[in-house]
Design a protein around this ligand. Sequence first.
Ligand SMILES: NC(=O)c1ccc[n+]([C@@H]2O[C@H](COP(=O)([O-])OP(=O)(O)OC[C@H]3O[C@@H](n4cnc5c(N)ncnc54)[C@H](OP(=O)(O)O)[C@@H]3O)[C@@H](O)[C@H]2O)c1
Length: 270
Amino acid sequence: MKLEKIVFLGAGNMAEALAKGLMAGGLCPADRIRVTDVSEERLAHFRKEYGIESLTSNVQALHGATVVVLSVKPQVMGALLAEIAPVLDKQTLVISIAAGVPVSRMEAALGEGTRVVRVMPNMPSLVRMSASALCGGHWVGETDFEMAETILRAVGITVRVSETDMDAVTALSGSGPAYVFYLMECMLEAARKLHLDDDVARQLVYATIEGAARLTQETGVEASVLRQRVTSKGGTTAAALDVFEKRGVREALIDAVTAAHDRSRELSKS
Ligand SMILES: NC(=O)c1ccc[n+]([C@@H]2O[C@H](COP(=O)([O-])OP(=O)(O)OC[C@H]3O[C@@H](n4cnc5c(N)ncnc54)[C@H](OP(=O)(O)O)[C@@H]3O)[C@@H](O)[C@H]2O)c1
């Protein structure tokens, strides 16, 4: 399957991140990308910044599309599906990045035989460091998965999951960047209390978080083992971790991710 024409319905932040990733990675030049939006401003932005064909009509945009990426907010998905269903070619692979919209709902709206891949990317797509999980519908084949993976890998890593795991994925990597931002906020607040210069603290915190993640990835050593290695008995790290354990930070974090999972499940049903 060749990526002749990729069409993004909804030219928001995620569509822009993906389009930029595809162009930067040499996977797809601007002239094989098309976007739609209700906002003239967004369309003008895509035209001016990237030379990408931009139009308001979702129906017209689908003409000749190899892949269509549904990149609108979940609350407008119903209307969008109803609008494109009558004109969508069954040859076109549908990739949805809308949070919480089940494959079955899209298949029901778009008709039998439509190949739908559902993806949960995350915010670091904007810097090509996304963590995306993919699952496929009834009619999705291996080449469809590979095409979706090729597109999503333009902005980061991909994993395949079953759709029943999508709420857990949403809780882990979908909402995950916010947990890390929260940790950053706390570390920076502590640094301020300790009279460290803001700019110095920021540089140290960002590099520390990125470094810890990369160390875990590159060594393949479990985070729990690396944590033990960096914690000498009676030392400074031990003093900090002792506070975490005593205050129940571990339980709070596990409860928080579970709450995100439960909320994702509720929202998908509604
Ligand atoms: N941002 C994230 O970190 C993230 C992570 C994972 C998944 N997602 C999912 O990715 C999707 C897009 O998110 P985003 O952050 O890129 O949203 P966004 O910036 O709001 O982009 C959506 C765009 O679609 C436009 N739009 C609305 N109705 C439309 C229609 N009928 N036809 C064409 N375009 C229409 C919107 O215009 P108006 O704003 O004028 O309505 C907006 O410009 C969402 O479903 C979200 O759940 C996002």
